[in-house]
Design a protein around this ligand. Structure first.
Ligand SMILES: Nc1ncnc2c1ncn2[C@@H]1O[C@H](COP(=O)(O)OP(=O)(O)OP(=O)(O)O)[C@@H](O)[C@H]1O
Ligand SMILES: [Mg+2]
Length: 307
């Protein structure tokens, strides 16, 4: 059981090991011993280098991948136990994902109006105000219903499809939205609009969002809490402002140092040493051996050692 039912989702000691290879079997530890909780109406940003395990966490929450170890609780229910069709449908009604490739989400043969029809049919929503509601959510995400509804997915841009997915989430009144690189396909002016809209809806509807991004500035702008990942592990977690003001883990510190500032030209002579961060992290863990994950101030925890 989750310790506290005020959380919408509790992730406990989540681990995912991928097995791959034909002649020589290889194991990739994509996610290792990750724990965090999500309160209703909060935005969490999940930040980390490419390959650090962010998408894998999102996919486990959406039951697209099975954890190798650990548990995910949705309002006290271990989601590993959700397997009958009816309960699974209920789960997907409340927990949704928007992934890096929005094209893969839509059936290419269905026009957008049919996608919404199917949604109404399969989740048995009140049809009396279907058209009005659909028009409203499309307007909310800055899409023109007259232009969108009659089109096929391939006739829309990546950014339009991503906004369509947000509109769908709004229509369904979801509890948790996993947004993986959500706005990478949007231009700068649409970005802020969509982000503000998401934030507004979180506060208004109590929807929570896991916002997966590489962009620290964006993370700061959008999230109440931040989760910093490095090589499959959660290395720093907590209140966004506290982490940004006082990063403690060497990887988090390196991330903040490498953010280019507007007005400062990129210094091409500055050395970038990816191996250095590996050594720095190892030294940090050695110096702090046995400490593990420690809360250093209220609402701010750091992985001091991995053993
Ligand atoms: N199906 C799979 N089989 C084997 N290895 C996988 C599989 N999916 C992911 N991995 C590996 O797991 C690790 C984590 O991948 P993941 O996609 O979660 O990273 P990410 O943090 O989302 O990266 P990015 O920022 O590039 O999207 C990587 O080393 C990746 O190669
Ligand atoms: Mg990813």
């Amino acid at each position: 059981m989750a310790e506290n039912d005020k959380y919408i989702m509790s992730i406990k000691n989540l681990t995912k090991v991928f097995k791959s290879g034909i002649f020589k079997v290889e194991y990739t530890v994509a996610v290792k011993d990750v724990s965090f909780d999500i309160k209703p109406g909060t935005v969490l940003s999940l930040i980390g280098e490419s390959g650090s395990g962010k998408t894998t966490i999102g996919k486990m929450i959406l039951k697209l991948l099975k954890p190798s170890d650990g548990h995910i609780y949705y309002k006290d229910r271990d989601i590993a136990g959700i397997d009958d069709k009816k309960e699974l449908k209920e789960y997907y009604k409340k927990v949704q994902g928007i992934f890096q490739d929005p094209f893969a989400t839509f059936n290419p043969l269905y026009r957008i109006d049919r996608v919404f029809d199917m949604l109404y049919n399969s989740f048995a929503y009140d049809k009396s105000n279907q058209e009005k509601r659909i028009n409203q959510v499309l307007n909310d995400v800055n899409l023109n219903p007259d232009r969108i509804l009659g089109k096929f997915p391939h006739q829309l841009s990546g950014g339009q499809l991503q906004r369509l997915l947000i509109a769908r989430a709004l229509l369904m009144d979801v509890d948790l939205l996993i947004a993986d690189e959500l706005i990478s396909m949007l231009d700068a002016s649409t970005r802020i609009g969509v982000l503000n809209l998401l934030l507004e809806l979180c506060k208004k509807n109590g929807m929570s969002v896991i916002f997966i991004t590489h962009d620290l500035n964006l993370g700061y702008y959008i999230s109440d809490e931040s989760l910093i990942m490095y090589k499959g592990r959660l290395v720093e977690r907590g209140n966004t402002k506290k982490i940004y003001e006082n990063p403690v883990h060497p990887y988090t510190q390196m991330l903040f140092e490498s953010v280019p500032e507007i007005g400062n030209r990129w210094d091409a002579t500055k050395e970038f040493l990816p191996e250095k961060i590996i050594d720095d992290v190892e030294d940090f863990y050695k110096d702090n051996a046995g400490k593990g994950f420690v809360e250093i101030e209220k609402g701010h925890s750091v992985l001091f050692s991995n053993k």
